[in-house]
Design a binder for this molecule. Structure first.
Ligand code: NDP
Length: 285
């Protein structure tokens, strides 16, 4: 049975962020501009890009799409990134991943100037996050996860957070982010031994491993806060996360649904990062 009071409503929280951005942007003479570079014909990427474009348009932000065929070379893309870095009218640049394997993703991401790296994936922003600098641009998904956890009013200092997944775009930056909030962190991965026992100790659980319904109800202690980053197709063909939501939603926990949890927050945080980049570049306090 679902208890609607314990659901963390990512859709609503994201909508509030977007409404606030829309109000602030409407006061500006020039729109913020986000450049989105994509390569090839990956179906999921096309959907993600369309979602970003639509959300940007809804809040009065311009999304400039630069789409390249599968045969584009790294040199050609580096030239485009160089031009976007220099273009004063472009405030944020993202490179939609995954890229075809003939392209070196790290090298392309590194070429984006740090102040326009609104995905926060480049080495400068990752380093700034490590040292807890307020100048860091925080990657959208971890930033959204933290915002969702904070929406529960849980006091973070001293809490034990277990993060399942150590990817460069979710698990690792999230570990730094929660460490900066004085949590004690365990990062689990595919070689971790005894995952259920580790998760049972957690006050905060973030699942970001891409394994449908991996986290079971009997792995979770009462009062825990659970954030589900995973997007999977369950055996019934429906979208589901990495946590067994149905089994947990009636318990004394706080939990995000899939869909309607982290997904909408990721888009909202990307646009918030672009707005913050715009303000910084234009010296708006
Ligand atoms: P990756 O595939 O890059 O990383 C998955 C991580 O999970 C790896 O560290 C892997 O370990 C670990 N892992 C895999 N299986 C297990 C297991 N059985 N037990 C413990 N750890 C395991 O994925 P991403 O970080 O890119 O994404 C994770 C999920 O989140 C995916 O479902 C993705 O679709 C979703 N996602 C959702 C977003 C959103 O906006 N909602 C944004 C980004 C991602 P190892 O390192 O050892 O391989």
């Amino acid at each position: 049975m679902t208890n609607s009071c314990n659901i963390i409503d990512g859709k609503k929280i994201a909508q509030d962020v977007l409404s606030s951005l829309k109000r602030q942007i409407s006061d500006m003479a020039a729109k913020p501009v986000l450049a989105v570079m994509s390569v090839g014909d990956d179906e999921a990427s096309r959907i993600y890009v369309r979602n970003k474009e639509k959300a940007a348009a809804d809040i009065g932000m311009e999304c400039r799409l630069l789409h390249f065929g599968n045969t584009v070379t790294e040199k050609e893309l580096l030239e485009v990134i160089g031009a976007l870095n220099e273009d004063e009218n472009v405030n944020g640049i993202i490179i939609q991943q995954p890229l075809p394997c003939h392209l070196n993703t790290a090298c392309l991401v590194e070429a984006v100037r740090a102040c326009k790296d609104v995905d926060g994936f480049g080495p400068v922003n990752l380093g700034l996050l490590q040292v807890n600098s307020p100048e860091a641009v925080i990657a959208a998904t971890p930033k959204g996860v933290l915002r969702l956890i904070k929406s529960t009013q849980v006091k973070l200092a001293g809490k034990h957070a277990v993060i399942i997944g150590r990817s460069n775009i979710v698990g690792k930056p999230l570990a730094s982010l929660l460490l900066n909030q004085d949590c004690t962190i365990t990062v689990a991965h595919s070689k971790t031994v005894g995952l259920p026992a580790l998760v049972r100790q957690a006050d905060i659980i973030v699942a970001a491993c891409g394994c449908a319904k991996l986290v079971k109800s009997d792995w979770v202690k009462d009062g825990a806060v659970l954030v589900d980053v995973g997007i999977n197709r369950g055996s019934d063909g429906r979208l589901c996360g990495d946590i067994d939501f149905e089994a947990l939603a009636g318990r004394n926990v706080r939990i995000t649904p899939v869909p309607g949890g982290v997904g909408p927050m990721t888009v909202a945080m990307l646009l918030e990062n672009t707005w913050q980049a715009y303000k910084k570049q234009k010296n708006i306090l």
